[in-house]
Write a protein of this length. Structure first.
Length: 262
């Protein structure tokens, strides 16, 4: 898969050694950490790039809302005391107080939500699901896709301030994802010929905009995945249903949120 990095990044300093390249699992998890220091993104990145402690993260969110890139998304960071988790997760260190409950600034919190929303959009994570049950988090039961450092080691991380707000973070990110999804679906149905054509008329051509797009046996995420499109090719849609389009090839259905008419 052609992984990309967030365009929200304001500073980059990639660690040269404290990572595995490439990761061995598709990105489907978010793991939030606390830095235990009210640092900027630059300070966070510079620390991980120069320390010899064998630690790193994908992104650092500074106290001022700055966002730093420490390890490319295509690579696994050394962040959660679990290689299994870090190979599938984007790990994010957030500037925080140095004492319990390790609070973060409003600027950092808001930037964290924007960053996670962007990560989810680009990696096909349709919804964040949080659970207060450690077992559900570790085993990804019922679609849970948010984990914590404390799940894998005797750590307080991400601190009670962020831990107690994981559900709120998921809710805010999901609201942004839903709004973007609705907007994109509307654009797909209204773009062609600036309203001169009947946009529900099929067949028509679309170009895939996602790096990876599941082709399912039916028009919803409840249906099984038949295959995965891993390019930005052009395809023919012969039927529409609830924001989904059926491919002329017979391979199945794709979500039109991740395509545009051509």
């Amino acid at each position: 898969m052609g992984y990309t990095n967030s365009k929200l990044v304001t500073y980059t300093n990639i660690t040269k050694t404290q990572k595995n390249s490439p990761r061995n699992h598709a990105i489907d998890t978010i793991t939030i950490h606390c830095v235990v220091g009210q640092w900027t993104a630059k300070q966070i990145c510079d620390y991980f790039a120069n320390t010899d402690r064998g630690v790193s993260c994908n992104y650092g969110v500074g106290k001022d809302g700055s966002i730093g890139l420490c390890v490319d998304e295509k690579d696994r960071s050394w962040c959660s005391s679990s290689g299994t988790n870090d190979h599938r997760a984007i790990t994010i260190e957030v500037a925080s107080d140095t004492t319990h409950p390790y609070a973060v600034t409003t600027a950092a919190y808001n930037a964290l939500i924007e960053l996670i929303t962007d990560i989810c959009k680009r990696n096909g994570i349709k919804k964040l699901i949080w659970s207060t049950d450690k077992n559900a988090r570790v085993k990804h039961l019922s679609g849970v896709n948010m984990t914590c450092h404390r799940d894998f080691a005797n750590k307080a991380c991400p601190g009670d301030y962020l831990y107690n707000r994981e559900g709120d973070i998921a809710q805010k990110v999901n609201a942004k994802l839903e709004a973007a999804n609705n907007s994109a679906s509307s654009a797909v149905l209204t773009e062609e010929d600036k309203g001169k054509a009947d946009h529900s008329t099929v067949p028509y051509l679309i170009k895939v905009t996602a790096d990876k797009l599941n082709v399912r046996s039916g028009p919803s995420t409840k249906h099984k995945i038949n295959m995965v499109i891993k390019n930005h090719g052009v395809y023919t849609i012969v039927e529409e249903r609830n924001g989904w389009g059926r491919l002329k090839s017979g391979a199945g259905w794709i979500c039109l949120t991740y395509a545009r008419k051509v």
